[in-house]
Design a protein around this ligand. Structure first.
Ligand code: 6R9
Length: 641
């Protein structure tokens, strides 16, 4: 073994190493047969006879799973559990203030979903229509998602931290008919003006005829009589019966916008059958879910992790899932562990950035709470450094709880590479091994497949049921983005190392995407926000190492002639980007650059800008192709931070 290793602990009834090996081999040998069986984890209205129908080749490019089956995912999350677990808690909602808690049973959730589905229908929302959700982490967010799924409408959730402009872009791109929001959100004791943001966004969104507003804080918000409805009024006026719409396995379930290396965020589209199967099986297997578990994934439903592991995976499985509307450091740094104790959380899933932030505050915030209910810990969103892994394992988990480091993407629908907690020996910092049906390949820049212990670009050789199906409105962009860099393979955009034991170590993005606190940002998006400012002539954005966020945003800004660099302007530009995109995109460092290093053909040399931002200025590599090598010297001298 090549690295520190924590042997898998045996647990009766869990998948062990032999069973993992058996499943992995079976799925590799006969994916069709494997998923024909595994697809039965869902209840189908019309059973499928076809299973895998996929090709990554340009000539017959297609991704279809269970293509002739029909089902309804809301019915799978709710109705099928009513007979056996109607009175079991489905969602424990934990508000921003500790102890501001609501328990919602499967029966209650079913009724709320049916009512809201009827509200949507009464507003003219039909199968295939898009509905944008711009909500805090409240029960109504899950209700609205499932109500869409029940009638075959496509939900598109926009994270509540995005600006009115970002919201407007995402509404326009998919032509949403209806928006669901709240008066305000609460985060760490502060208010977020969600309804006011919607009002601003809708000035440029003529497709939206109706806004439904949840009363969350009771703030006095202006209601447009022709357009806006209160959620509580609307649900009171409709019946609590709503038959689930039978949907084809390949009917769309949701759109979720995510950043890429070029252009505007892409609307990643997931469909019903394959996504449902993937969300449920990965939830059950990776988190080793058992009856009685209280599962807490701290992600917001505005991100894919919230879709798959706050809502769909747990509810499809009949689990009890925690929805958290707060932040890790409010009212103090012990919030997670105080809440774990109070709610009896058994499985806890969060992001490395949160772990690193809490680690800095000292062990005492953790150890003053018992955490005895915990039996399994997980991470997602970015590489976890071994030091943070070790702290999580040793201090939070008292060395008792396996840590599952789960690698996946918005595009993959659910986890692809992760340990199974009682099957896989753990190595801190490694997402370990692929799940059954996941065939990772490491390739070099020319696309040559690399064998054995090596490092390269991470591709996946063949389809899995949870894979995205298209980019909303731009199927060509879907193919171009993911299947042309290495023809015949899905390219993830990540770099990766494989060790002698066949373990995978994700090294981070190899494209122009940066990962800030586990949130994906396209450098191009931040650049276009910066150049939209009247004083900015040109901007180049790169990632830089950041102790807590993993990566920070480093922006080089060239001002228009006649504009002078200044501290107030720096602050103004930061505020500007917050306003254009949202707080998560605010640059950590802004360097005013008289000029940017460019090739003679005018291409910005990002490689050099990355090195300067990283402080690695001793070794800038070949700069002889630069139009004006003198530019670099100035940049190095004036580096900030
Ligand atoms: C689920 C999610 C995807 C990108 C991905 C990679 C990074 C996610 C990771 C990880 C190392 C892990 N990433 N999980 N890197 N180890 N366990 O985060 O989706 O927001 O689309 O981001 O995040 O770079 O390509 P998404």
């Amino acid at each position: 073994m090549t690295d520190a290793i924590y042997p898998a602990t045996r647990h009766d009834g869990s998948i062990d190493a032999a069973e993992y090996d058996r499943r992995y081999a079976a799925a590799a040998r006969d994916p069709d047969g494997y998923w024909r069986e595994a697809g039965r984890c869902l209840d189908w209205i019309a059973p499928y006879t076809q299973v895998k129908d996929t090709s990554f080749e340009e000539a017959d490019f297609r991704i279809r799973w269970f293509g002739d089956g029909s089902l309804n995912l809301a019915a799978n999350c709710l109705d099928r559990h009513l007979a056996t677990r109607g009175d079991q808690v489905a969602i424990i909602w934990e508000g921003d203030e500790p102890g501001e808690t609501r328990h919602v049973t499967y029966r209650e959730l079913h009724e709320q979903v049916c009512r809201f589905a009827n509200v949507l229908k009464a507003q003219g929302v039909a199968k295939g229509d898009r509905v944008t959700l711009y909500l805090p982490m409240i029960v109504e967010a899950a209700v609205a998602m499932l109500a869409c799924a029940r009638i075959g409408a496509i939900h598109s959730i926009v994270f509540g931290g995005f600006s009115p402009d970002s919201l407007a872009n995402r509404i326009q791109d998919c032509d949403s008919k209806l928006v669901v929001t709240a008066d305000e959100g609460c985060r760490g004791g502060k208010r977020v003006p969600l309804k006011a943001n919607v009002d601003k966004a809708l000035a440029s969104c003529p497709s939206v005829a109706r806004v439904i507003v949840v009363r969350r804080t009771g703030a006095d918000v202006p209601m447009n009589e022709d357009r806006d409805l209160w959620w509580h009024d609307a649900v009171a006026q409709v019946s609590a019966d709503c038959a689930p719409e039978p949907l084809n396995a390949e009917d769309p379930l949701f759109i979720l916008y995510t950043s890429g290396s070029t252009g505007k965020p892409k609307g990643v589209l997931h469909t019903t059958g394959g996504y449902g199967v993937w969300a449920q099986t990965t939830f059950r297997d990776v988190f080793d879910w058992r009856e009685g578990d209280v599962f807490w994934c701290t992600a917001d439903v505005g991100w894919v992790t919230g879709h798959s592991y706050v809502v769909y995976g747990p509810l499809l499985s009949g689990a009890t899932t925690v929805m958290f509307d707060g932040v890790p450091n409010y009212p103090d740094h012990g919030r997670f562990w105080e809440t774990v104790d109070r709610l009896g959380v058994t499985i806890f899933y969060t992001a490395p950035t949160a772990i690193r932030a809490l680690m800095r505050e000292g062990d005492d915030w953790v150890t003053r709470h018992s955490r005895t209910s915990l039996r399994l810990l997980g991470t997602v969103g970015e590489p976890i450094n071994p030091e943070a892994w070790d702290w999580y394992h040793r201090v939070v988990g008292d060395r008792r709880c396996p840590v599952v480091d789960t690698w996946w993407q918005t595009e993959t629908g659910g986890i692809l590479i992760a340990p199974l907690p009682h099957a896989t020996d753990l190595k801190p910092g490694s997402a370990t091994k692929p799940l059954p049906s996941v065939l990772p390949l490491l390739v070099d820049a020319e696309g040559k497949v690399l064998d054995g212990a090596t490092e390269g670009n991470l591709c996946i050789a063949d389809s899995w049921p949870g894979q995205m199906r298209t980019v909303w409105g731009d199927h060509e962009r879907f193919f171009q983005t993911y299947f042309t860099t290495y023809p015949g393979r899905y390219f993830t955009g990540d770099g990766c190392r494989r060790d002698a034991d066949g373990y995978y170590w994700i090294t981070g993005r190899v494209d122009d995407v940066i990962n800030v606190s586990g949130h994906r940002m396209g450098t191009a998006e931040v650049e276009s926000a910066l150049v939209a400012h009247a004083k900015v002539a040109e901007a180049a954005v790169v990632g830089m190492p950041h102790e807590v966020k993993g990566q920070g945003i480093y922006a080089y800004v060239t001002l228009n002639a006649g504009e002078e660099p200044s501290e107030p302007l720096r602050t103004e530009l930061r505020q500007w980007v917050r306003g254009e995109i949202g707080p998560i995109a605010s640059p950590d460092a802004i360097q005013f650059a008289p000029a940017l290093p460019k090739t003679r053909s005018g291409k910005i040399m990002r490689r050099i800008l990355r090195k300067i931002a990283e402080g690695d200025t001793g070794n800038l590599g070949d700069i002889s192709t630069l139009a004006d090598p003198g530019v670099v010297e100035t940049l190095v001298k004036e580096r900030v931070g």
